[in-house]
Write a protein that binds this ligand. Structure first.
Ligand code: IMP
Ligand code: ZN
Length: 355
């Protein structure tokens, strides 16, 4: 009745995407469009075509080559409100076309003062684009990211912006950026302020061995996060804490495998720690992280999970249901997603109409 898991099926699944960096989600084709528009300007002519600059084989990305793609290239290309709005709209369209019904997009407020873009204008531009896109099919919320390289003052500025735009769809704060940089103790006051204003908290957690010391992980847990991203280089004691708090987990299969982030340089999808957490009491959300860089849309992440961990169509629907538990968008959105999943299940029960 339910049949094999196919790509059509994982595309049709009503999915929630909870860990997607806006700039990392821009496709090379969209960047190419921005580049074509700017090519004739003096600044644009300095930049290489993104179709060659941003599409080195995904497998070649690792922690050293990955972050400079943003700092040295994409931020220089998408550096004004027009390109940020255009890229954001394309990103929303692509998630929607991939069957995403609920999206928490995250982004680091950034400025380009020579183009009249302050951090606040950047956030307003992203929020306006989300509002223009509408909520009929895809419901989108925003998480503002603090970069590990930030000072406390910069982090506080991000939290203040999040508070100011909470009623326009900002639901949380994230800590991201190169895990080899920064000191996470810097941000205690910023996270405290966010929590005091009912913003939810998600943290990049245990991405590489250097950012996975007991002290760092305990410090991050002391900030009372609601969800954790990646959660790779953990210890049994840390895992026990994550389990007992039932923290939501944002797991990114392709990103972790292609960027060679798994312990001991393991390279197989079957080595991914999804296998350890699946079936436990933590809500798991499969996520893309940076679909523009790794090239694997979320429908493909569900397909990969089915393929490598032997999950059925029914298991995937349940996995999607589990992800809903940890969304930041509130009870109404949860009920909307549960209804969509119920409807989808009914369609699957009717073999004729099944995707
Ligand atoms: P933005 O915040 O929308 O500009 O998205 C790009 C930014 O997200 C990068 O500059 C990084 O700070 C962050 N980012 C993207 N992927 C990762 C990741 O895998 N780990 C940590 N930070 C990341
Ligand atoms: Zn991330």
């Amino acid at each position: 009745m339910w049949g094999d898991v196919t790509e059509n099926f994982t595309k049709a699944l009503p999915k929630a995407e909870l860990h997607a960096h806006l700039t990392g989600s821009i496709s090379p084709e969209c960047l190419h469009e921005v580049w074509k528009r700017k090519r004739s300007s003096p600044a644009g002519s300095q930049l290489e075509d993104p179709l060659s600059a941003c599409r080195p084989e995904a497998e070649h990305h690792d922690i050293l080559s990955f972050f400079p793609v943003f700092d040295k290239y994409i931020y220089n290309l998408c550096n004004d409100t027009e390109s940020v709005a255009f890229a954001t709209e394309q990103v929303l369209k692509e998630f929607e076309a991939d069957g995403v019904k609920y999206l928490e997009l995250r982004t680091t407020p950034r400025e380009s003062l020579e183009n009249g873009m302050t951090k606040e204008v950047y956030v307003q531009t992203v929020l306006d684009t989300i509002a223009k896109h509408g909520k009929e099919v895809l419901s989108t919320y925003l998480i503002l990211s603090i970069d590990r390289r930030n000072t406390l003052e910069q982090a506080m500025e991000t939290v203040r912006l999040a508070i100011k735009y909470q009623d326009k769809g900002v639901v949380g704060i994230d800590l991201c950026g190169n895990p080899l940089k920064g000191d996470v103790t810097t941000f205690r006051e910023a996270f405290k302020l966010a929590k005091a204003h009912n913003l939810r908290l998600t943290l990049h957690f245990a991405e590489v061995p250097q950012s996975s010391t007991e002290v760092e992980l305990q410090t991050l847990l002391s900030y009372q996060p609601d969800r954790l991203g990646h959660v790779i280089h953990t210890t049994p004691a840390i895992e026990a804490e994550i389990s007992s708090r039932k923290l939501g987990l944002e797991l990114c299969l392709s990103c972790n495998v292609h960027a060679k982030m798994l312990p001991g340089g393991k390279r197989e999808f079957t080595d991914h720690h999804f296998a350890n957490w699946y079936g436990q009491s933590n809500a798991i959300a499969l996520c893309t992280d940076d679909v523009g860089i790794f090239g694997s849309p979320i429908s493909n992440e569900y397909f990969l999970a089915a393929w490598h961990f032997n999950l059925s169509r029914y298991d995937l629907v349940e996995l999607c249901r589990g992800a809903v538990e940890s969304i930041f968008g509130g009870e109404r959105e949860k009920q909307r997603l549960y209804s969509l999943l119920d409807e989808f299940e009914k369609i699957c029960d009717n073999a004729e109409a099944a995707p």
